[in-house]
Design a protein around this ligand. Structure first.
Ligand SMILES: Nc1ncnc2c1ncn2[C@@H]1O[C@H](COP(=O)(O)OP(=O)(O)O)[C@@H](O)[C@H]1O
Ligand SMILES: [Mg+2]
Length: 328
């Protein structure tokens, strides 16, 4: 994950090896000791959902929940080269502060387009995106993004440590503070021993850990992730899923996680937003009422997990068949 900047490193990282020992499990990694207590707290929303409630329900908490991300009437039409592509027809949804929202939809639906609008990288044709109440018009500070192409998101000529430190220098953080933040973040993703390595010496999964460490060190209030684990093997993917969930619980950060993998969406999210095919609208908003403590074996064999998975699968099939919600 990287704090968004318009600069992109070159795609020069060619050699990917798997010769380095895999990092320890995320849960074994050192924490981030100077996080205030409030950031260590369990996000409230997940525990407040009744055990067998099928779809979106009234929150139990009486205190008002702060909205972190507010997408209002978003529309995006690409024009150019004599072609017009309507990617997003209309999207309106909010993400509460500290919530883990997964977004699934068919390939080509407009998911990346949405993420790029949210990240302030492209301008919507209509509508707006508000982050913490402020309209997004350019890449906002306090936002960490991780893309699928890990080979292009890290600077190959810098060490792992330098890659993680880079945005902190841009942020103006002092040297001693930077060092501490970098070491904590590397420990949090299980890469304490790889700080001196270069990205091209690491496996794909480890490179994604570096990208995640970079965002953790920067302490964003929101993580945007666009199919971040689509290019790694299944076992690494499971480890990275658990890493992201444990970091989310520890840091209390808001997460918008895009995936085309139904199981991944249900396993990770507190909520799954299902998108129609292009031009995109929201097809369904599914509350994932699974316990907050999740693990690959128990959660995935849970009957409720199977039900939710089937529900989202059915919705995706409908999306692919061109189903659209009835106008109100
Ligand atoms: N820069 C662009 N210019 C023109 N069309 C684009 C551009 N980026 C994406 N599209 C088109 O917009 C649609 C949605 O693309 P995208 O957001 O990448 O979908 P997804 O991430 O859901 O697979 C596709 O038809 C794609 O070809
Ligand atoms: Mg995409």
């Amino acid at each position: 994950m990287a704090r968004i900047t318009r600069r992109r490193p070159s795609s020069g990282a060619a050699t990917v090896t798997t010769t380095v020992e895999p990092p320890p499990a995320a849960e074994d990694a050192a924490g981030l000791p100077d996080q205030p207590d409030s950031l260590l707290a369990e996000p409230a929303a997940e525990t407040s959902v009744a055990a067998a409630t099928p779809v979106a329900s009234t929150p139990v908490a009486s205190a008002p929940v702060a909205v972190a991300l507010d997408v209002r009437g978003l529309r995006k039409v690409y024009t150019g080269h004599g072609r017009i592509t309507e990617a997003i027809e209309h999207l309106t949804f909010t993400v509460d502060r500290g919530q883990f929202l997964c977004l699934v939809g068919p390939s080509g639906a407009g998911k990346t387009t949405l993420l790029r609008c949210v990240a302030g990288l492209i301008e919507p044709t209509a509508g707006e995106v508000l982050l913490d109440g402020a309209r997004v018009t350019s890449p906002p500070p306090g936002m960490g993004v991780v893309f699928q192409e890990y080979g292009r998101s890290l600077f190959p000529w810098m060490t792992v440590r330098q890659n993680v430190e880079r945005p902190l220098i841009e942020k103006g953080m002092k040297k001693a503070e930077r060092r501490e933040a970098v070491e904590e973040a590397l420990a949090a993703v299980g890469l304490s021993d790889s700080g001196d390595a270069h990205p091209w010496q690491l496996s794909g999964g480890m490179q994604q850990r570096v990208a995640i460490a970079r965002a953790v060190a920067y302490r964003p209030s929101i993580f945007l992730m666009d199919e971040p684990f689509a290019a790694v093997d299944a076992q690494t993917r499971a480890e990275l899923e658990d890493l992201v969930r444990s970091l989310w619980r520890r840091l209390g950060v808001t997460v918008l996680f895009i995936t085309h993998d139904i199981d991944e969406a249900v396993y990770l999210g507190e909520r799954v937003l299902v998108l129609s095919n292009r031009p995109t609208v929201v097809l369904a908003d599914v509350t994932v009422d699974l316990p907050a403590d999740r693990d690959q074996l128990t959660t995935r064999s849970d009957r409720r997990f199977a039900e939710l998975r089937a529900q989202v699968y059915e919705l995706i099939q409908q999306a692919k068949a061109g189903h659209r919600p009835q106008p109100a």
